[in-house]
Design a protein around this ligand. Structure first.
Ligand code: FE2
Length: 250
């Protein structure tokens, strides 16, 4: 069994709650599908935590902090600049700052297990492309994406909306997958694992998935949303809206 988590977004309360839940289930392997940083109040702590994991993918927020953020809106850009300043904070020892940038630089664009392809966005554009529930009706788009899935499952993050995209079309939210998502022999499935640190499906609890090579299970974990929201408000530079959205999961 392996736990697949994504979009941690510097939210240490959510990350710790999810890791405790994973440990409680006896799951020892954890892979992160990207966006460790961005939006949230503790980017340095989040990066240190994922360092040394089996694999951690590069999300669009890591790509943006390293290179350009052309596709970011104003609020996201403000948060990105704040995050970059945290990583470059001269109050932090130089060696520690270099180590943080090296962790980001080492992140993988894609990763394969025997049974699954892992990317942040989509197999076509691993870092930036969004696959949203409405795209499930776009047979051309989904056909092109499934064509690139060379395993029985593809796990993604990025949209912060968990659910299952079937090869035959259609999207199912986790509420319709209570018994798990079993991939039949010869079939393929694309699964969004949701977001740990900034869920956007109307449920403020942290989201993640476990996978045993045949069946995927969605999990939700309560965490201290108020504590993270307060840290965002005290961060001196992060937009207030980032604290408010955590409480409603949007
Ligand atoms: Fe994200």
């Amino acid at each position: 069994m392996i736990a697949l988590i994504s979009d941690l977004h510097s939210n240490m309360e959510a990350i710790r709650a999810v890791l405790a839940d994973i440990e409680r289930r006896g799951v020892e392997r954890v892979i992160c599908l990207g966006d460790v940083i961005g939006y949230g109040p503790e980017p340095r702590a989040a990066l240190k935590l994922v360092d040394g994991w089996e694999a951690c993918l590069r999300g669009n927020h890591e790509e943006a902090v390293l290179h350009v953020a052309d596709d970011f809106n104003e609020k996201a850009k403000t948060a990105l600049d704040w995050t970059r300043n945290q990583l470059n904070d001269s109050a932090v020892p130089k060696e520690e700052r270099y180590a943080l940038w090296a962790i980001i630089d080492r992140m993988l664009v894609e990763h394969r297990l025997d049974s699954a392809l892992l990317v942040h966005g989509s197999p076509r554009d691993p870092i930036r492309e969004y696959i949203l529930p409405r795209d499930a009706q776009d047979a051309k788009m989904m056909g092109a994406i499934f064509e690139l899935i060379d395993r029985k499952a593809c796990f993604v993050g990025h949209s912060h909306v968990p659910g299952v995209y079937a090869r035959s079309g259609g999207f199912r939210p986790p509420s319709e997958c209570a018994d798990g998502v079993r991939v039949a022999e010869g079939d393929k499935v694309l699964i969004n694992v949701g977001s740990v640190g900034q869920p956007r499906d109307g449920d403020c609890r942290a989201s993640y998935v476990t996978w045993d090579g045949e069946t995927a299970f969605f999990h939700r974990v309560e965490y201290d949303v108020e504590a993270t929201a307060q840290k965002i408000l005290r961060a001196n530079g992060l937009p207030r809206y980032l604290a408010e959205r955590l409480k409603v999961g949007r």
